[in-house]
Design a protein around this ligand. Sequence first.
Ligand code: ADP
Length: 250
Amino acid sequence: MIEVEDLHRHFGGFRAVDGASLRIEARSITGLIGPNGAGKTTLFNVIAGVLKPTSGRVTMAGEDITGLLPHALFHKGLLRTFQIAHEFSSMTCRENLMMVPGGQSGETLWNTWFGRKRIADEERALRAKADEVLEFLTISHLADQRAGQVSGGQKKLLELGRTMMVDAKIVFLDEVGAGVNRTLLNTIGDAILRLNAERNYTFVVIEHDMDFIGKISDHVICMAEGRVLAEGSLADIKANEQVIEAYLGT
Ligand code: ADP
């Protein structure tokens, strides 16, 4: 589904991503691991259009998507989750989901004047969809709570929920486990597995928690110094001498 070829992203003279090449198979769940500073987040940001690459190529289903902006990638179903922005924290969880741009027609003046009924219908449909997403994620009870007041793990579920408001094909998740308790981490893991099995989502997940990686991923890529150091099953990766030296042994 995604092919990254000899990707570079330099910051001044520093090579954060330094010739990374990898493939993400459709409907896979790939765990992306590696020491801090390996270039994982920078790689994510280049693929997701947040940062321009210095050089290299990214293709999605054979189509060159290198350097496309996030909104263009969003329409192709490629999404990177982001923390709920400060300005959305006073809105409820349901409203946060309803804010995800979709095909609503409420934005133009024409529709404001002439399409009131349609807007009302669409708002009802959006609300129903948001409620369905909350239920899927087992957080219906948070629908009317302000997003800024829910726990870190619940926020992660909400971030995942935002991808469900559009037709996501591939989702890049950055450190879902950081500061999240075990119960909620299991809920997040279950949601990822169900989205993969029931809705054909492909995932790439940056995570340090090896138990979590073992539970959800079918393929693991270890990065170090801006490149792919090793890839394979988690068992292969754990037994790899270079990975032990660069990451697991530290
Ligand atoms: P990881 O996610 O694997 O911890 P990052 O991609 O966050 O790694 O960072 C890789 C390296 O690139 C780090 O040394 C970091 O300091 C550097 N880096 C990341 N973003 C920038 C930036 N905007 N400007 C300068 N250096 C950066």
